[in-house]
Structure formats: structure tokens, C-alpha cells
Design a binder for this molecule. Structure first.
Ligand code: ADP
Ligand code: MG
Length: 261
């Protein structure tokens, strides 16, 4: 049973194709200089699927999800997002970035802009929405993440949990088809973790396609269709959360779980 405190009613933009695949990675390799950071990554994510990615620090989790919206470039293999292959074509990259929302560990809000301005910036400049409409959409999502009263403050005046909910609302204002989360709760004080996880749970319940790098095992058990375990640049195991946490298949998964549980 999913329990959520906040309920975001997400209205995803219509998929451009009927293809049930949201993201496909085939034989993806990436190097930072001579360091082989992603090794033969094969991963297919269906629309509406929720994946939790875990693994030791430095295993390539951030790099992998950053490749999906081309914040990092892969050197070998194919990445297809919403039917568009990621190549050097800037037009296509921009198209994908419009449809793929990303939430980072450290929020990455513009500190000198108000919450409302943070939320309306991309809809106005990228989606060419009128300011008034963008503000209505922004208030709708601020309401959903339960902080409409913070709209006119700057991010620095908000708690970490509130800032992260602003970051989630900011992504939602662009009606993303896919949401990427990179350890969204790991920089938060413990008492703020739940409010952000609740927001993510309700997003999951709305049917959003989600890839979450997270070590929040309760969250993984609650929402993940599959858990992806990475180690040293490889996908070592893909499993259901129930099986991954109770009887992981791989020795390296067992070792990792023994350290974090
Ligand atoms: P994770 O998110 O699992 O902790 P990362 O994807 O951040 O792992 O990093 C994987 C490895 O790549 C680490 O060894 C890290 O130091 C290295 N790395 C990450 N970003 C860069 C970069 N821009 N240049 C060189 N090495 C990097
Ligand atoms: Mg990381």
C-alpha cells in the first residue's frame, strides 16, 4: 500500500510515439580521460516504470543518469530517450532536456530569484509560455508540494526540504515525461527526508517514469518496480526490491547491503 502525504496531480505531455520504451541504453561505455566510468551499460526503462539505482560511492550512478539528458556524453553505444537517439545534434539534445526533469542532491535553484521566478523561468523562455499562465502553473505545483506560501521568498530563506520540493515543482512545471533524481534526500537533515520522499511517492503514484539514485530503502521497497545495483561502472544486478533486499543474487550486492543496512 502506498501512503502519501502530498498528492501531486501530474499532467504529463502526450508521448510523441506509442513506443512503450521511455529510455533505452545499449552497450553504453564512457570514459573520463583514461578512467572507464561506465562499462557496457544495457538498460531499458518502460514508460511509467520506477527504477531505483543504488551502489557504492563512485560506482557511476550519477554519470549514468546524467548521460540520459546529456549532462555527460557517452562515447560508445546508444542512448535513446523518448524515441530520440542522443548524438551530437544540439536540437535533439534540447528537445530531450525539455522533456526530462532532473532533481539534484543540492537543489540547484537560482539563489537570487524568488521561488516563483525559479519555477517560471524555463516555461517562459523554453516553452514560450505567457508569464501569467506560467505563474498559474507554478502556483499549482507549489500547492501540490505544499508550499504555496513560500512563492515570493528566495531559496536561501527556505529549509532544505522546502528547497528540494521547490526543485521538484520546478521540474514538474515543464510537464516532463521522465524524471531523474540524483540522491535528492542525501543532503537533507533527517527530519526533512520524509517530506521529500512523500512528494516523490505521490509522483510515482501518478504514473511518472522515474529513475532515482537513492539509498532510501523504504522508498525503494515502496515504489520501485526494479532496483538497479551498480558497482565499478557496471550494472551488477537488476532485481525486484523485495528480492534485492532479502536475497540479493550477487556477492557484491550482498556486501553493499551489509554495509548500508
Ligand atoms: P556515483 O554517483 O556512483 O558516486 P559518479 O558517477 O559521480 O559516481 O562517479 C564515478 C567515478 O567517476 C568516480 O570515480 C568519480 O570520481 C569519477 N568522476 C565523476 N565525474 C568526473 C569528472 N567530471 N571527471 C573525472 N572523473 C569523474
Ligand atoms: Mg553520485
Amino acid at each position: 500500500m502506498l501512503t502519501s502525504v502530498s498528492a501531486i496531480r501530474h499532467v504529463p505531455s502526450l508521448p510523441m510515439t506509442n513506443d512503450p520504451t521511455a529510455v533505452e541504453m545499449v552497450g553504453v561505455n564512457k570514459w573520463y580521460g583514461t578512467f572507464h566510468v561506465l562499462k557496457n551499460i544495457d538498460l531499458t526503462i518502460q514508460r511509467g516504470e520506477k527504477l531505483v539505482i543504488c551502489g557504492p560511492s563512485g560506482s557511476g550512478k550519477s554519470t549514468m543518469i546524467r548521460c540520459i539528458n546529456r549532462l555527460e556524453e557517452h562515447q560508445q553505444g546508444r542512448i535513446v530517450v523518448d524515441g530520440i537517439e542522443l548524438t551530437g545534434d544540439l536540437k535533439k539534445i534540447n528537445e530531450i532536456r525539455r522533456d526530462v526533469g532532473m532533481v539534484f542532491q543540492h537543489f540547484n535553484l537560482f539563489p537570487h530569484l524568488t521561488v516563483l521566478e525559479n519555477l517560471t523561468l524555463a516555461p517562459i523562455w523554453v516553452r514560450k509560455m505567457r508569464r501569467k499562465e506560467a505563474e498559474q502553473v507554478a502556483m499549482h505545483y507549489l500547492d501540490r508540494v505544499k508550499i504555496p506560501d513560500q512563492a515570493h521568498k528566495c531559496p536561501g530563506q527556505l529549509s532544505g526540504g522546502q528547497q528540494q520540493r521547490v526543485a521538484i515543482a520546478r521540474s514538474l512545471c515543464m510537464s516532463p515525461k521522465i524524471m531523474l533524481f540524483d540522491e535528492p534526500t542525501s543532503a537533507l537533515d533527517p527530519e526533512m527526508v520524509k517530506e521529500v520522499l512523500d512528494t516523490m511517492v505521490s509522483l510515482a503514484e501518478e504514473g511518472m517514469t522515474m529513475l532515482c539514485v537513492s539509498h532510501e530503502m523504504g522508498f525503494a521497497r515502496q515504489v520501485a518496480d526494479r532496483v538497479v545495483f551498480m558497482d565499478q561502472g557496471e550494472i551488477v544486478e537488476i532485481n525486484t526490491p523485495a528480492e534485492f533486499f532479502s536475497s540479493p543474487h550477487h556477492e557484491r550486492s550482498k556486501l553493499f547491503l551489509a554495509q548500508i543496512l
